[in-house]
Design a protein around this ligand. Structure first.
Ligand code: PLP
Length: 413
C-alpha cells in the first residue's frame, strides 16, 4: 500500500497525458465530481454546438435541416463514431431511444434468431431495467418466453439447450466488477445461446472489443462516460452477421427500408437502420455527438491506465485515512476485474453521501448501503482523490452524516 501525499499526487497530475482534457469541460473549481458514471460532465463545446443547432438549424432552417444540416444521417453518423469506441465496424451501431428500449429491441431480435429456445437468462442484481425488460417480454409472450435470473457466479452453468439469450452488464453498476466479454461470449455460443451485452458502464470507460469477442448484440447509455447530457439517446449494436435475419419487433417507420415511400406494409431496412423506430431526437443527438467526438480524441489505453490508477490511489487513500471508519470495499481490488468506479458499503452510506455532496464531493448512493465513486479520467485529477478522501474522513469524524434532514431518502439518490 502506498501512502499518497499531496506532492506525489501533484506529480502524477503534472505527468498525466490526459491532463489537458479537463479544460474541455465546464466544472467549477473546488468541486470533486465523482458521478460521471451516472451523468457525465458538460463539454464546453456542447454549449456552442447546441446554440447553433437550435438557433440556426432549427430556428432558421426549420424542416429543411433534416437534409440541409444532415439531421437524417445523425443516428448512423454518431453510431459509427461510437462503434470505434466499442471495437465494432461502421454500420453495426446506431443511436436511438433509451437503453431500456434498446434492451427490448436487442432481446427480441435475439429471440427471433433462436425460435426453438425460450429462456432469457440474466443475473440477479443486474441493473433493474435489464431485469424488468426481460420480465415484460416474458409477460407479453403468452408463454413462449421465460425470464430467469440466477446469481452471477451460476450464470454460465445455467446455460442449457433452452436458453436463447444471455443478458449481462459488462461492468456492474453497483460493484464495478468487470466481466470477460470474450470468454463469456464463447461459453454462451458453445451452449447455442446469443449474448446481449449492456455496456452502459463500459463505453468510454474501458476498452471494448465487441467484434474481437464475437459479440451478438449490445446496448448502452449516452449520458454516462460518453458525456452526452441528461437523458441523451442510447445506442444499439448488432453484429453484421445477424442484421438481415434479426426481426425488429419495434417496427417503426424510421426502421423501414424506405421511410418516405409511406407504404402500408413494413419492410425492414437491410442494415443497422432497422433498429431505428421513430423520429430521431436531434437535440439530444447533437449533444451526444459532442461528447463522443471529445472522447474519440483521447487514447483509450491512456484512459484505461488512468482510470485504474485513480482507482488504486483512491482505495489506498481510503485505507490510509478512513480505515477505521467502517467502510467495506465492494469493488474488486484486482485491476483486470474492475471497471471505472469504486464502491464501498457503509451502514450510514446514505447520510455520508448527502454530507459529502454538501461539501462539494459528489458521488452517489445505491440501496441498501453502497456509496459509488465514479472515476472519469478525462476530467478528474489525482489530487481530487485526496480531497475526496479527506472530506469523507471529516464527515465520519464529525458525524456530519447524522442529520435529521437525511432520515428520509430523496427521489434520486
Ligand atoms: C444507467 C443504466 C441503464 C439506464 O437505462 P435508461 O433506459 O437510460 O434509463 C441501463 N442499464 C445499465 C446497466 C445502466 O447502468
Amino acid at each position: 500500500m502506498s501512502d499518497w501525499g499531496r506532492e506525489a499526487l501533484d506529480a502524477l497530475d503534472r505527468a498525466d497525458p490526459l491532463g489537458a482534457f479537463r479544460e474541455e469541460f465546464q466544472l467549477r473549481e473546488g468541486l470533486v465530481y465523482l458521478d460521471g458514471n451516472s451523468l457525465g460532465a458538460l463539454p464546453r463545446r456542447t454549449l456552442a454546438r447546441l446554440e447553433q443547432t437550435v438557433a440556426r438549424e432549427w430556428g432558421e432552417g426549420l424542416i429543411t435541416s433534416w437534409l440541409g444540416a444532415d439531421w437524417m444521417a445523425a443516428p448512423r453518423r454518431v453510431g459509427d463514431k461510437i462503434a470505434r469506441l466499442l471495437g465494432a465496424d461502421p454500420g453495426e451501431v446506431i443511436v436511438a431511444d433509451s437503453t431500456s428500449i434498446n434492451l427490448f429491441k436487442a432481446l427480441t431480435a435475439a429471440l427471433s434468431l433462436r425460435p426453438e429456445r425460450s429462456v432469457i437468462l440474466s443475473e440477479t442484481g443486474n441493473f433493474p431495467t435489464d431485469l424488468y425488460m426481460m420480465e415484460g417480454i416474458a409477460a407479453f409472450s403468452g408463454g413462449r418466453v421465460r425470464a430467469e435470473a440466477v446469481p452471477g457466479e451460476a450464470v454460465l452453468e445455467r446455460l442449457g439447450k433452452d436458453v436463447a439469450v444471455l443478458l449481462l452488464t459488462q461492468v456492474h453498476y453497483k460493484t464495478g466488477r468487470s466481466r470477460d466479454m470474450a470468454e463469456v461470449t464463447r461459453r454462451a455460443h458453445e451452449a447455442g445461446a446469443l449474448v446481449v451485452w449492456d455496456l452502459s458502464h463500459s463505453a468510454g470507460a474501458i476498452p471494448v472489443d465487441l467484434n474481437g469477442a464475437g459479440a451478438d448484440f449490445a446496448v448502452g447509455c449516452g449520458y454516462k462516460f460518453l458525456n452526452g447530457g441528461p437523458g441523451a439517446p442510447a445506442y444499439i449494436y448488432a453484429a453484421r452477421r445477424h442484421q438481415a435475419a434479426a426481426v425488429p419487433v419495434l417496427s417503426g417507420w424510421f426502421g423501414h427500408a424506405a421511410p418516405f415511400a409511406f407504404e402500408d406494409g413494413y419492410r425492414a431496412a437491410p442494415g443497422i437502420e432497422r433498429f431505428l423506430c421513430g423520429t430521431p431526437p436531434v437535440l439530444g443527438l447533437t449533444a451526444l455527438e459532442c461528447g463522443v467526438d471529445l472522447m474519440a480524441e483521447a487514447d483509450m489505453s491512456a484512459v484505461r491506465a488512468k482510470s485504474l490508477q485513480l482507482g488504486r490511489v483512491f482505495m489506498d487513500l481510503m485505507d490510509t485515512h478512513c480505515g477505521d471508519h467502517g467502510f467495506a470495499l465492494v469493488s474488486p481490488r484486482e485491476d483486470a476485474r474492475r471497471g471505472s468506479h469504486v464502491s464501498y458499503a457503509h451502514r450510514e452510506g446514505y447520510g455520508i453521501m448527502q454530507a459529502l455532496k454538501e461539501r462539494g464531493v459528489i458521488g452517489d448512493f445505491r440501496d441498501p448501503d453502497v456509496l459509488r465513486f465514479g472515476l472519469t479520467p478525462l476530467y478528474l485529477r489525482y489530487a481530487d482523490m485526496l480531497q475526496a478522501v479527506l472530506t469523507i474522513r471529516e464527515v465520519c469524524e464529525t458525524r456530519a452524516w447524522d442529520d435529521p434532514r437525511w432520515a428520509v431518502r430523496a427521489a434520486v439518490t
